[in-house]
Design a binder for this molecule. Structure first.
Ligand code: AMP
Ligand code: MG
Length: 413
């Protein structure tokens, strides 16, 4: 039996990041970048107007009250996308639209709201109603991004805001770590799928669904292979259907019961890294590698109790799935909290109890659930963290500081 820290270390050290792929921008959303990207542009590419208005050369000592100089001939129009850039001379103004490049020599834009247009028989003039100054309403070349600037860093999760950056800089593809494909197998003669009709001896397979949902939330692509009977041949055939994946997660049949054949089958097909962890719940946890298609793939054999499954997924399997995608950030988040009520640990193992953590006046308070049994799924519904009661601690009293691992931030922030 190994300790939980050791188990996690063995898993993470043996987990490889998947080979990176080049994706279109939209497909790269939420993936982790596997390359640094430097922009090849100054952005904006040229000085341009930030308003619909008039571009002109601002005379020295310009004063809107001086009628002899506050009068400009409107000498042309300029729209974004126009190929021809008009020349503006002193005493002239070009009507310019937002985003159009500044005409050469023009050093000021006055918005249309601050201008009055006067029409003569054959020409139009503009008079400004608010004192302008040099550089007004001009977006300068390179004021957003400078050529050579790093805009994406390896290990960064691509967010919609990053997609905006990439597209604006003319980049349409990015190398990222792909989503791992995870095969999920349930085992047990008693299991049927949700939606099917119960018989006197059946229960619903909830593990495959909780596992698949957690895999998906962690960025993986779950593939529910099916339910294996408690027979060697059935387990083998389900395993054969799972070899086209990046990892296999199996629940139940991994303990010491008379029909627990998972370990036997897996040890014939590959190598066992460990079996049995000093943890409550989840002790008969099996980690091994089996031959997949073209590569060795990790096999996580979880005990069948639904709570054990979720605890082991949170603590061990999800961090591995995140690492396959290039995400090495610490998960679940480790911190300390104050225990609101005592927790009794009868297991003589490292207990991970479901708690609800709340931030009360800046202090993290952990409220445990009364029933810590491994079949009580309902106690998970409100919990957002696991509290660690060490193996040698029989009772951790109310008010004690406790190590917690937060897997859901939503009640806390
Ligand atoms: P086992 O690990 O096979 O000894 O199973 C332990 C407990 O988990 C038993 O009560 C099983 O009926 C239950 N169990 C096993 N597989 C599942 C599953 N996929 N969904 C829900 N409960 C399960
Ligand atoms: Mg069983």
């Amino acid at each position: 039996m190994i300790n939980p820290e050791e188990a996690k270390q063995i898993i993470l050290e043996s987990t490889e990041m998947l080979e990176s792929v080049e994706l279109n921008l939209i497909e790269s959303t939420s993936r982790i970048a596997s390359e640094n990207i430097l922009t090849k542009l100054d952005l904006p590419i040229w000085n341009n107007s930030s308003m619909d208005g008039f571009a002109f050369i601002l005379p020295e000592n310009f004063d809107i009250n001086d009628e002899s100089i506050n009068k400009f001939i409107i000498s042309g129009n300029l729209f974004p996308g126009d190929e021809y850039l008009p020349i503006v001379n002193k005493g002239e103004a070009i009507k310019i639209m937002t985003g159009a490049p500044m005409p050469p020599k023009a050093n000021c834009v006055v918005p249309i709201e601050n201008a009055k247009i006067i029409k003569n028989d054959d020409s139009e003039f503009v008079i400004f109603t608010k004192q302008p100054k040099i550089s007004d309403y001009i977006r300068l070349k390179g004021s957003d991004f400078k050529k050579g600037e790093n805009i994406i860093t390896v290990g960064q999760k691509i967010r919609p805001y990053d997609i905006a950056k990439l597209a604006a800089n003319g980049i349409n593809k990015i190398k990222v770590f792909p989503q791992p494909k995870i095969s999920i197998i349930a085992s047990g003669n008693e299991l049927i799928n949700p939606g099917e009709t119960l018989s006197a001896s059946s229960i619903y397979d909830s593990n495959s669904y909780s596992i698949a949902s957690m895999v998906r939330e962690a960025g993986g692509i779950p593939d529910i292979i099916g339910i294996a009977k408690d027979e060697i041949s059935s387990i083998e055939s389900n395993l054969r259907n799972a070899i086209d994946s990046d990892a296999i997660i199996c629940s139940a049949g991994v303990s010491v019961g008379d029909k627990d054949f998972i370990k036997e089958v897996v040890s014939e097909q590959g190598k066992i890294n460990f079996w049995s962890v000093n943890i409550q719940p989840g002790k008969p946890f099996l980690y091994s590698h089996i031959q997949g298609r073209g590569k060795e793939i990790p096999f996580f054999g979880l005990p069948g109790n639904p709570v054990s499954v979720m605890v082991l997924m949170i603590k061990f399997v999800i961090p591995a799935i995140r690492k396959m995608q290039g995400d090495e950030s610490v998960y679940p988040k480790q911190t300390k909290a104050i225990l609101a009520e005592q927790i009794v640990n009868n297991s003589k193992r490292n207990m991970f109890a479901r708690v609800k953590i709340e931030n009360i006046n800046g202090e993290l308070i952990a409220k445990p659930f009364n029933n810590h049994d491994s079949h009580i799924i309902s106690s998970f519904s409100e919990s957002n963290a696991l509290a660690n009661i060490p193996e040698n601690c029989k009772i951790l009293k109310a008010g004690a500081e406790v190590d917690v691992e937060i897997f859901d931030n939503s009640n806390i922030l």
